[in-house]
Design a protein around this ligand. Structure first.
Ligand SMILES: *Cc1c(COP(=O)(O)O)cnc(C)c1O
Length: 392
């Protein structure tokens, strides 16, 4: 079966009633026949039929051993980090999602877990930074917001040789475009709030692991910490996943058109999109991804916060908002929004420029989206009318 068929038919019909839409099992507990004799469900923190459908879908799509659904992407990340113990170390990709930076540095550090940020596009640097305490290599590929692509297969080999878990946050591209477990990852993470649910209407997180031992540990963490996805949010996420292949097809096609247009614009310095042949990791993306996704970042020749803010305040179709992956196009200024809690030295090291703007490309018409960006970029040549407030 081709991926779009496989995706639709990985969503089961309800065995009990034949319902073609997955039923929402809005229940906390389950009646048992006798103590311990039940239909596989005891209490919804441990297991819920609607959540289980979603967990099986993502496990199937990622070709893993087991899937788990959480209240948000951050809750999913938290459950995976709790596989560690005091004294362990993590090596993480340097331009990581802002929330990850905070959870590593301001929470898990207090429990004696150290994190080391490394450029994952450089395998020599990875090898140099491994030590006897390194337990996890934490990868995002492509990264946020500079869309660097790391060679998951090569890093998977290094991780295996050193008995280190490779965790890949696959939020940016979804399993339709990239399957990290087939490339050597042990654990895949998703913020399903983005492309998987796809309509900017739900927060959800997913974890897929590649073996039983990891499954038992993540299951324990999920149940005992209790940050599970509710039946209704699980249903919304499943409903979103049903149209994932259609949405991504349109979003990727729009993105290529927009990235090519941006690359020619005289006010623009760099365009970060792995689908462009000029992108420095394009050859790796081509090898390990089936498509290049729908997030594009760009920076301006006049690399100043105020110029970026002028643009994000001027678009009409691209809505100014954090997050990405929805059907409606959005844009964001990472330095003052999603990445403002990352210290400047880290931002600079990761190549995040002051004028960087991140686009989340939706399913509108490409030409309309380009015209919207054009009129916003044209504003750079006009005198400033009202004062621009810059929060730093
Ligand atoms: C949004 C995001 C997260 C966090 O997910 P939430 O659902 O917002 O908690 C983690 N990783 C990446 C790459 C993200 O974009």
């Amino acid at each position: 079966m081709k991926p779009s068929t496989q995706l639709i038919h990985s969503i089961p019909v309800d065995e009990l009633t034949g319902a073609i839409s997955v039923p929402i099992y809005q229940t906390s507990t389950y009646v048992q026949e006798s103590p311990g004799i039940n239909k596989g469900f005891e209490f919804s923190r441990a297991n819920n039929p609607t959540r289980k459908v979603l967990e099986d879908i993502i496990c199937n799509l990622e070709e893993g051993h087991a899937g788990f659904a959480f209240a948000s992407g951050m809750a999913a990340i938290d459950a995976v980090l709790k596989l560690l113990k005091s004294g362990d170390e993590i090596m993480a990709v340097e331009d990581t999602y802002g929330g990850i930076f905070s959870i590593f540095n301001h929470m898990f550090e207090r429990f004696g877990i150290k994190v080391n940020f490394v450029d994952m596009c450089d395998t020599d640097k990875i090898l140099e930074n491994i030590n006897s305490k390194t337990r996890i290599i934490w990868l995002e590929s492509p990264t946020n917001p500079t869309l660097k692509v790391a060679d998951i297969k090569s890093i998977g080999k290094i991780a295996k040789q050193h008995d280190i878990l490779l965790v890949v946050d696959n939020t940016f591209v979804t399993p339709l475009l990239q399957k990290p477990i087939t490339l050597g990852a042990d654990i895949v993470i998703h913020s399903a709030s983005k492309f998987l649910a796809g309509h900017s209407d739900v927060l959800a997180g997913l974890v897929v692991v590649n073996n039983k031992s990891l499954a038992d540990q993540v299951k324990f963490n999920q149940n005992i910490s209790g940050s599970i996805l509710s039946p209704f949010e699980a249903w919304l996420t499943i409903r979103g996943i049903e149209t994932l292949s259609l949405r991504l097809e349109k979003q990727c096609a729009n993105s290529i058109a927009i990235a090519n247009w941006l690359a020619e614009h005289p006010a623009i310095d760099k365009v970060f999109y792995p689908g462009l042949a000029s992108h420095k990791n394009h050859h790796i993306a081509r090898k390990q991804q089936k498509g290049y996704g729908a997030v594009i970042s760009f920076s301006l020749k006049e690399d100043q916060v105020k110029n970026a803010i002028r643009i994000v305040n001027s678009t009409k179709l691209f809505k100014l908002a954090e997050s990405f992956g929805g059907v409606k196009s959005m844009l964001n200024h990472p330095v003052t929004m999603t990445h403002r809690n990352i210290p400047e030295e880290f931002r600079k090291k990761a190549g995040l420029q002051d004028s960087c703007i991140r686009l989340s490309v939706g399913i509108e018409d490409a030409e309309d989206l380009i015209n919207d960006l054009k009129q916003a970029l044209d504003k750079l040549n006009q005198p400033i009318g009202k004062q621009i407030t810059v929060l730093q």
